[in-house]
Design a protein around this ligand. Sequence first.
Ligand code: GLV
Ligand code: MN
Ligand code: MN
Length: 419
Amino acid sequence: MSTIAAANLRVDGDRLWETIMETAEIGGTPKGGICRLTLTDLDRQVRHWFADACVAAGCTVTVDEVGNMFARRPGKDPSLPPIAMGSHLDTQPTGGKYDGVIGVLAGLEVLRTLNDSGYETNAPLEVVNWTNEEGSRFAPAMLASGVFAGVFPPSYAYERTDRDGKNFLDELERIGFRGEKKAGDHKFGAFFELHIEQGPILEAEQKTIGIVTGVQGMRWYEVTVTGTDSHAGSTPMRLRRDALLGASRMVEAVHRIGWAHAPDAVATVGLIESRPNSRNVIPGEVFFTIDMRHPDDAVLARMEEDLDRALPEIAAALQLDHKVERVWDSPAVKFDAACIDAVRQAAAAENAPAREIVSGAGHDAAYIARVAPTSMIFVPCEKGLSHNELEKAEPEHVIAGANVLLRAVLQMDAQHARE
Ligand code: GLV
Ligand code: MN
Ligand code: MN
């Protein structure tokens, strides 16, 4: 098929939107979001939906040893590495309908569009559903794309446990998605991930497309503060070792570190467990998590130094013990110039208002960038709200993003065939 025909191809926007709404029912919440934690029964259900849809679109579906799913549409030259698209179908406990999902389903829509027009690419194409992008159930985030990229061995993923003590491998096997394929056994010619921005910039500037040039650095920590469980009525204030009081001051310190490195830094305590969590017992142990991010790894390192100073001071003042463990360090990422350029050109060809942007959120693309030329396409979401059931994206923006994805993939395919 000629280049002119490629330039005229457009995704079927109605079909894409219907597909997004159909899968949103799997784990759909009353508030209009999705709760579809990784490796749960609902994750199994959406995975089967995805596999069936891909087989119906003429693809071969394979699964690797950490549950990553690859739907392949053949190209004219099987010796070329596939050009891949994808994201994740797992969600936060109070996730929206778009985070991750649109990147997978837009990939599927690209394949369906090519099928409709009988368009044959040179390289095979693949749509990928990465396991456990969110990191909400099993820390860290981007776990299985990390295994694919060689950042973690499979055994590291297998040993992760959730807060109920269930482990990744058992849950992966339980839902029937421990595949035969070795993770990372095949290379990609390129990887593109379409995603909502999850921040306010595109909307504020009335841009439809974010040309994503990289992802900021992030570090996760787990903190346990230990005091003494004791009676709330009979223990005088001066004799208390209140772990929750210590943790509260630490939460405040984390927040201050975020402000101290503003405007680009962010620092969050998102999960906290107080034990024994009884109203008339002074809490003897508190567990909490810290998420700190900055586009510059050097600043992120300084934020960690601030943390290393602040927490011991707080603990000492209250006679508490504490333990801090850095459980994840994902350095800042710069995407591939040719892939960024393919997105820029695709947005221009779509006449879509666009700007360059660095991602504040983590994405599988950040790890895939280590093993393949990679970039991302952002579309706006209302008020930048995400990791929230009310997350909202306009159909016209998501459809424009899918068309940019289609064009970027076809451009990369033409380029690879020429090389
Ligand atoms: C992944 O969703 C992240 O935490 O950015
Ligand atoms: Mn996501
Ligand atoms: Mn997310």
